[in-house]
Structure formats: C-alpha cells, structure tokens
Design a protein around this ligand. Structure first.
Ligand code: GLU
Length: 322
C-alpha cells in the first residue's frame, strides 16, 4: 500500500477521552499533535472520544476544551463526539460482518484470563480464538444467556498478511504478527459499545486524517488499526508516537502519583507559557527556564528534535522549579 501522505494536505487530530481532567501528559501529546499540523500549514480536528458511557459528561468535555484554549491550542474543525457517530461504526461493523470477518464472542473476563497466552505488547491478552469456530446452534444457545462481544478475525499466523509493519516517525519500524501478538480483537464490546479500535479507524479514515500523533503507549494499536483501515479501504496515514510523562514512582503520570491536571496548575498560579516552556525543554526545543506560547512552540517544533529526545520524561515535584 502507498504510504505517502506528504502529497495530501496535512490533517491531524486531537482525540481526547473525557474521562477526567486533562493532565500534563495529555497536554504533552496534544501540543505535539498541534505543532506538527501547524508547522505543516495543515488542519487539526477535535474529536471527543466519549464512546464509553462513563466518558459522556458534557461538563468534562467543556472543561477539556477550555483547557486547550487556555493553553493556546486551537482547532479548525469539530468538536465531533464519537457518541453521536455510532451509525458510521455500525456500518463498518456490518461491512466487515458481511465479508465473514467477524464473529460473536461469549468469553467472560475470567475465561479470557484463564485461556490467554502471555500479554500482547500493550498489556492486553492475546485472544486464543475460543469462540471462532462456534456453530450457529451454539451461538443461538449462548446468546440466550449472554450478550456477545464482536471480534475481528486476523489472518493466520503463517499468512504473510498477518505481519503488519508501521514506520513510526519517532520510534521507527514497529512490526507485529497479529495472530501471534494480538489475536482476533474486539470491535464491539458485549455491552454494545463500539471498541476504540473500530471507532478510531473509521473516524480517522472518514475525517481524512493524514497523521496520528499520540502517546507511545498506543504504538501496538497502530498495527491493529493499520490492518483494520486496510480492510475498510482507507488510505494509510503517518504515525508519530511520542514519549510519555512518568511520575516520580516510575509509573505513567496520573492523578495518583502527582496532581498535574491543567486546572490545578492554573489555580496554583501557573501560566500557560511556563507549562509549555517546561515541556518544550524536555524535548530539547527550549532552554531551561524559558517560557513559550503554543505558537512559539509550533515555530520551533521539528520531528528530528523529538526523535532525539524520545525517552520518557520524568515529572516530579520540582519539574516546574528547575
Ligand atoms: N482517545 C485516546 C486517549 O485519550 C487516544 C486515541 C488516539 O489518539 O488514537 O488516550
């Protein structure tokens, strides 16, 4: 497949899940997504990823947008809400189903734990295909007791189609054998909620996204998404995964290890330029102690610098004092 998005105008996206306040880690990846698009003269879309009913609080989404604006991160299109786009996901699900590529899965969480091979690269289980071969009678019987999830079949391990390679702009070549490293994956949950993998692929495809910039924890998803995008006939796009911010305990930065949500920092009297300056310094595009606006960050931004600073960034109590 052709992989030359340079010829298309650049379209990027912010794709936050409004499950809580936005913290410094979200800001870090949003800043790079924004700067990459702005420095290429492209367009950025805001898409609120609120498929999970627990993420459907409009106030949280409003706060999130206010925080982006306060930081100087503007968008050209949206907000789109995934919770209002389920028709598109349903259509994709049916397309895949009509081609015989999906099947209902009745496995409970406990069964998945018991029957799973070691973890895939992102900590999810490698599904062993337990429900792949169910007969229509078995499906009918099981459906009476439990609502099934829907899985997408991946090619057999020995098929050349099972190997998916993504060339990430920061981390380089990432390759997976889908059957071995992931297994048939969920595209709809048993509670009827469309899975992140399906929604993101459909949206990025339909919205004409040419580059995806996000935290490196989602790099393994890029293989699944590339495969699914190919099945649905979407062009490939560029991937740039970016380093994560880590708390002082070595775990990913979160409310549990350090309170760094934008609202708290603002309430503590921190201004947007100080926050952006510190994050810019962490990726080598500002001097220690420099303050930067989002626009200044975009003007200095280059993927070469991010490539040279791709280790995760430790954020501790002194992060803003250095
Ligand atoms: N909504 C996801 C998150 O907030 C990001 C999805 C993506 O960028 O593909 O982690």
């Amino acid at each position: 497949m052709d992989c030359a998005p340079e010829r298309r105008p650049v379209v990027g996206r912010f794709a936050p899940t409004p499950s809580g306040k936005i913290h410094l880690g979200n800001v870090f990846s949003a800043l790079m997504a924004w700067a990459s698009v702005r420095s290429a003269g492209g367009k950025i879309i805001l898409r609120i990823e609120d498929l999970d009913p627990r993420a459907q609080d409009q106030r949280v989404a409003d706060d999130l947008m206010r925080d982006y604006e306060w930081l100087g991160l503007s968008w050209d299109e949206g907000p789109y809400y995934q919770s209002r786009r389920t028709d598109a996901y349903q259509e994709a699900l049916e397309t895949l189903g009509d081609r015989g590529l999906t099947y209902p899965c009745f496995c409970s969480r406990a069964e998945l734990h018991a029957a799973s091979a070691p973890h895939a690269a992102d900590g999810t289980f490698v599904y062993q295909g337990t429900c792949r071969g169910l007969t229509p009678e078995q499906i009918a019987k099981k459906s009476k007791r439990r609502n099934p999830a829907i899985r997408l079949m991946v090619p057999d391990e020995s098929s050349p189609l099972a190997r998916i390679t993504v060339v990430d702009r920061v981390y380089g070549t990432y390759s997976e054998n889908l059957a071995r490293d992931c297994g048939d994956f969920l595209i709809r949950r048993s509670d009827g909620v469309f899975a992140y993998q399906l929604a993101v692929v459909v949206d990025d495809g339909l919205m004409g996204v040419t580059e995806v910039v996000r935290g490196r924890d989602l790099l393994p998803s890029a293989a699944r998404q590339t495969y699914l995008g190919g099945l649905l006939g979407f062009d490939r796009h560029e991937y740039s995964h970016v380093p994560l911010l880590m708390g002082p305990d070595g775990h990913r930065l979160s409310k549990r290890n350090l309170d760094t949500d934008v609202a708290s920092l603002r309430d503590d009297g921190m201004d947007a330029k100080t926050i952006i300056g510190r994050l810019a310094e962490a990726v080598g595009i500002a001097e220690l102690g420099e303050s930067l606006t989002a626009d200044e960050f975009a003007r200095r931004f280059s993927w070469e610098d991010i490539r040279a600073h791709k280790s995760d960034v430790v954020v501790d109590e002194n992060f803003f004092l250095k």
